[in-house]
Design a protein around this ligand. Structure first.
Ligand code: SF4
Length: 64
């Protein structure tokens, strides 16, 4: 099974970076925190480099 990114919303500071960089995968949820709504919306490389590596609080993780 492909890896799925998930956002630890307890840590997310709602900066919007992941939703701007990878809008096909991440969006802001009703609670104002980022969420992964479409794990297949970008390649794993893009998710890693444009979202996971860029998140200022490192709260996006892979779920195997
Ligand atoms: S980049 Fe990190 S802190 Fe910013 S909105 Fe996304 S998950 Fe939250």
């Amino acid at each position: 099974m492909a890896k799925t990114p998930w956002v630890d919303q307890d840590e997310c500071i709602s900066c919007g970076l992941c939703t701007e960089n990878v809008p096909g995968v991440f969006r802001m949820a009703d609670n104002g925190k980022a969420e992964c709504y479409n794990p297949g919306g970008a390649s794993e490389d893009v998710i890693q480099s444009e979202a996971i590596d860029m998140c200022p609080v490192e709260c996006i993780h892979w779920k195997e």
